[in-house]
Write a new protein. Structure first.
Length: 267
C-alpha cells in the first residue's frame, strides 16, 4: 500500500512563552501544500526501512515511521513490514516533512490492517512523535496553539492564489532557531489576523524566527526580499526552517532564483 505525505507551511509563527517542560507555546496557522513524499508499506519477514531521493541522516531506528511502528505495536497486533520512503520534501526546511511521513504512516497502517483507530487516537499517537505531527492526520488548515499540537479549524482557501516555495541550500535546526527567539504575547492573535485578506498580511503577520535566522543566514533573508521584488503580496519563512514561500496574485516564473535555489511552483 502506498500513500503520498504532503508538506505544510506556517502562515505566521509567534512564540508566546517558554513552558516548564522546556518546550515553547506558540501560535501559528498550518496550511497544507502540494509537495509530497511517497511512502510504501508491504508485509515482510522482518521490520525493515529503506529510502530513496533526498539523503536522510541517522539510523533506521531514528526514523519517525519506524518509531511509530514500535509505538503502535505496543497496543495493537501488527505483522512485520518493510517501509520504503521516497524523500522529496526538503529536510530542515520548516515544512513538516518528517512529521507528515509519520502521520501518514499511522493512517496507512490503520487502513491496511483495519486497526479501527479514530482520528483522536491517531492524533494522540502523533503527539508523542512531534509537535506538528498530529496536524497531518486531518491535513486541513488550522490555527495551531500550545506546542503547535492543538488545533482549531479555520476557513482559509488560497487556491485562487499562486504559491511558490524557495528552498536555499541551508539547514536551520529547530534548536538553533529557538535560541534566537524571545517569547512574547502578541497584541493581536493570529486567529484574528488570518481573517484579513492575504494582501493585508504583510503588515500584521510575522514569523518570530526570521529575525535571528536572517542574521545567521543572510541568504534566506535575500530570498524573502527577492520574492517581494518579484511581486509577492506576502512572503515568509516557513516554521523554524530555511524555506521561504511567496503568495502571488498571478503566476510567476522566478528564473533568477532558480539559478541558485530549488523552487517549487503551484503549491
Amino acid at each position: 500500500m502506498i500513500c503520498f505525505p504532503n508538506a505544510k507551511i506556517n502562515i505566521g509563527l509567534i512564540v508566546t512563552e517558554r513552558r516548564a517542560d522546556g518546550y515553547h507555546n506558540l501560535e501559528s496557522i498550518f496550511y497544507p501544500v502540494n509537495i509530497q513524499d511517497a511512502l510504501e508499506v508491504i508485509e515482510a519477514p522482518e521490520l525493515g526501512f529503506s529510502y530513496s531521493g533526498i539523503y536522510i541522516p541517522g539510523q533506521m531506528e531514528d526514523n519517525l515511521c519506524v518509531k511509530a511502528y514500535h509505538m503502535l505495536k505496543q497496543d495493537v497486533e501488527l505483522p512485520p513490514v518493510h517501509i520504503h520512503l521516497h524523500k522529496h520534501i526538503p529536510i530542515g526546511a520548516g515544512l513538516g516533512g518528517g512529521s507528515s511521513d509519520a502521520a501518514f504512516f499511522i493512517k496507512l497502517l490503520n487502513d491496511k490492517f483495519e486497526l479501527d483507530l479514530s482520528v483522536e487516537q491517531m492524533q494522540a499517537y502523533c503527539r508523542r512523535l512531534g509537535a506538528d505531527c498530529a496536524f497531518f492526520v486531518q491535513n486541513k488548515p488550522v490555527y495551531a496553539f500550545e506546542k503547535g499540537d492543538r488545533f482549531e479549524d479555520i476557513s482559509l482557501d488560497l487556491s485562487a492564489y499562486f504559491l511558490v516555495l524557495v528552498m536555499p541550500d541551508v539547514h536551520v535546526s529547530t534548536a538553533e532557531a529557538y535560541r534566537g527567539v524571545k517569547p512574547s504575547q502578541p497584541e493581536h492573535s493570529l486567529k484574528e489576523l488570518i481573517r484579513l485578506s492575504p494582501e493585508e498580511w504583510k503588515n500584521g503577520i510575522k514569523n518570530d524566527f526570521e529575525e535571528s535566522v536572517f542574521k545567521a543566514h543572510p541568504t534566506i533573508r535575500g530570498v524573502k526580499a527577492a520574492l517581494y521584488d518579484a511581486g509577492a503580496i506576502y512572503a515568509s519563512m516557513s516554521g523554524s526552517g530555511s524555506s521561504v514561500y511567496g503568495i502571488f496574485s498571478q503566476p510567476v516564473q522566478l528564473t533568477e532564483l532558480e539559478k541558485q535555489h530549488t523552487v517549487f511552483y503551484k503549491l
